[in-house]
Design a protein around this ligand. Structure first.
Ligand SMILES: [Zn+2]
Length: 188
């Protein structure tokens, strides 16, 4: 396991500091608490400016429960989609052997399509953390909204309802944001 300083990309946007509590159970993060952060951005061309659409941190217990509520069909469909498109083992090895403490190049393009984030309409960034550190594995990663759309198309209705319920409960639409709020991607 390799620890890196938390990149500002994964800070809580409004406070410009790392997250300190779980969105779901409210547990405060201690030095050894494992948690996942996911942030969704919308990008505006031609200047590649970006707006935050949602962000959350979830302790690993809540995250695993959330992830386990995904239906078996959806899990299988997602695995099948990723297979052949992403070599997670290779990525993990490369990331762990990268001597550069700055991990930003690993979140500069879509995990699946390889498109640079500046060229995407939107993207979601996911990372795994422990206290004030980021854990390097196949994560951190970024997935483009085009790829997320393709994945969502393969999920069961039950899983889509579950993800939509989560979004409705926790993320009101930002002012001026007209599209549907994207669903979380469960890749951690
Ligand atoms: Zn929790």
């Amino acid at each position: 396991m390799r620890l890196r300083p938390i990149p500002p990309m994964f800070y809580r946007e409004s406070e410009n500091n790392p997250f300190d509590a779980c969105l779901v159970c409210g547990k405060h993060f201690e030095r050894d608490t494992l948690y996942v952060v996911e942030k969704a951005f919308q990008t505006y061309q031609p200047y590649s400016s970006r707006d935050l659409v949602f962000e959350y941190a979830m302790c690993i217990d809540c995250y695993q429960e959330f992830s386990a509520s995904m239906s078996d069909e959806s899990r299988a469909a997602m695995d099948e989609y990723m297979q052949g498109r992403v070599d997670f083992d290779e990525r993990e090895e490369a990331l762990m052997n990268d001597p550069d403490p700055d991990t930003s190049r690993w979140t500069s393009s879509c995990l699946v399509s390889g498109k640079p984030i500046q060229e995407l309409d939107g993207y979601q960034a996911v990372g795994l953390f422990m206290g004030n550190w980021m854990i390097v594995s196949h994560l951190p990663c970024v997935i483009g909204s085009d790829v997320i759309g393709e994945i969502v198309d393969k999920l069961s209705n039950k899983t889509i309802d579950m993800l939509s319920g989560f979004v409705d409960e926790h993320f009101p639409k930002p002012p001026g944001y007209e599209k549907d709020i994207p669903r979380p991607v469960l890749v951690a």
